[in-house]
Every structure is written in C-alpha cells, then in structure tokens.
Ligand binder design. Structure first.
Ligand code: PGA
Length: 244
C-alpha cells in the first residue's frame, strides 16, 4: 500500500488536481493500492471527487479523537470520520507523540475509538536519534507496539518510521530497515492478531529509493509525506514499484 500523508498541507484546488492526476496516471488496480490521508477538512470533498471521477483510491484521516471523552472542543471521533468517507486512520505518528505529547493511554483510547467504528488503523512507531544512538531501538519499538495487544482491532498496519528519518532526507539504510522490520513482524505475529495487514516503512521516501525499500521482504507498503504532495512524484513511486 502507498500511503500519501499530506500532513498540514494542501488546498481544495490541489486536492482536485492531485486526484485527477492519479486518475490519469494510475490504472484501477494501482489506485487500489493507494491511500490518501489529507487534512481532515478536505476528506469530505475528497470522497465526493473520488466518486465523481470514478477512482478506486482509499481515504484515511491523519488523526482521531477518543469517543470516550464526552466533551471535547475541536474533537473529531471515529463516527464523524466514517461519515465523511474515511476508511483508515493514522494513529501514533511521531509528530503527534512529540508535539502533543500523545502517550500510550491516549493512543489506546484512540485505537479503541477506531476499532468501535470499524476504521482500519495505520499505527506508527519509531525511535528517535538519541534512542538509536543508545541502542534502544528495539526496546522502544516493543514498548510502543505493546498497546496493540490491549485492543481488538479490525484490520491494521504498522508503519515503522524512524523519527530521525522523517522529513530529513535521511532514509534509513536497507539493511537497517530489513533488520527492524523482521523484529517488528516477529513481535506483532506473537500477538496473534487476525487483522494484521503488514508493515510499511516511512521517513523521507521518494521515487529514487522506494523500489529498493519495497524490495525488502518484510516491507508491504510506504508511508510517504513530503514526496506525496506532488501528484507526479507520488504516482512515480507507485509506478516504479509496479514495473518488472
Ligand atoms: P516524510 O514524512 O516522507 O516527509 O519524511 C513521512 C511521515 O511523517 O509520514
């Protein structure tokens, strides 16, 4: 799966151009491998455009608020996300863990909220540079993964995104990604969760490196931030990985 994480970028004009570009460049079977996660304010229009343009791309939200909080100004829960066309939701992105101090107890509530509404989850994990330098990567990742055990999820993917690789141009090297993905697969497989769809990699992915990353056995998808904003570059990533 190719996940376009637009973060806090985009406009209605860009959305329309981007989706039209995807429709022109990718055939239906390639579109089915794509998931667009625009800012939440564009989800509804994205859903309308996908129907109007007869596209097969899926939609996801970048965040969810727990339905267990009864009064939350600015909150958007899972049923609201569903009602505007979201099938997936990203939970645990390092930017939210870091800037909004989202910790395990809040993330658990978010996972429960997604699960109650039947949303599919992209759960992000990743170590910081200092954790990597202190050889703490595997401990940190196992710690972050543990809350998955506590909730009945529908279908879910793990997105491994080393924090030091996000938005920096420093993609992790192939051997490192391979090693870490194997560890994550072993860990999540031991939880015996039926809906586990696999692991995707994220962090400064673009079309120059995507094929090498996807050729690693344990990598089932890519979570693409900056490079997903340009429709042509995003489509190049999808096309490059579907050529023999
Ligand atoms: P990036 O972002 O591709 O711009 O590094 C990835 C992400 O944070 O999801």
């Amino acid at each position: 799966m190719f996940i376009a994480n637009w973060k806090m970028n985009g406009s209605l004009t860009m959305l329309e151009e981007w989706l039209k570009g995807v429709g022109k460049t990718l055939n239906k079977s390639l579109q089915k491998q794509c998931l667009l996660c625009p800012p939440v304010c564009f989800l509804s229009e994205a859903s309308n455009l996908i129907s109007k343009l007869n596209l097969s791309i899926s939609l996801g939200a970048q965040n969810i608020d727990p339905s267990s909080i009864s009064s939350l100004t600015g909150g958007i829960d899972g049923s609201m996300l569903r009602s505007i066309g979201s099938e997936f939701v990203i939970i645990g992105h390092s930017e939210r863990r870091d800037i909004f101090k989202e910790g395990d107890s809040l993330l658990l509530e978010k996972l429960k909220s997604a699960s109650e509404e039947g949303l599919k989850v992209v759960f992000c994990i990743g170590e910081s540079l200092s954790e990597k330098e202190q050889n703490q990567t595997l401990n940190i990742l196992r710690q972050q993964l543990k809350i998955i055990k506590k909730v009945e999820l529908n279908e879910f993917m793990i997105a491994y995104e080393p924090v030091w690789a996000i938005g920096t141009g420093n993609t992790a090297n192939i051997d490192y990604i391979d090693k870490i993905h194997k560890e994550i697969i072993d860990e999540v497989t031991s939880y015996q969760k039926e809906g586990f769809l696999g692991i995707c990699y994220g962090g400064s992915v673009d079309s120059s490196i995507s094929k090498d990353i996807l050729s690693i056995k344990g990598v089932q998808g890519l979570l693409i931030g900056g490079a997903s904003l340009e429709c042509e570059e995003f489509c190049n990533i999808v096309l490059t990985n579907n050529r023999n």
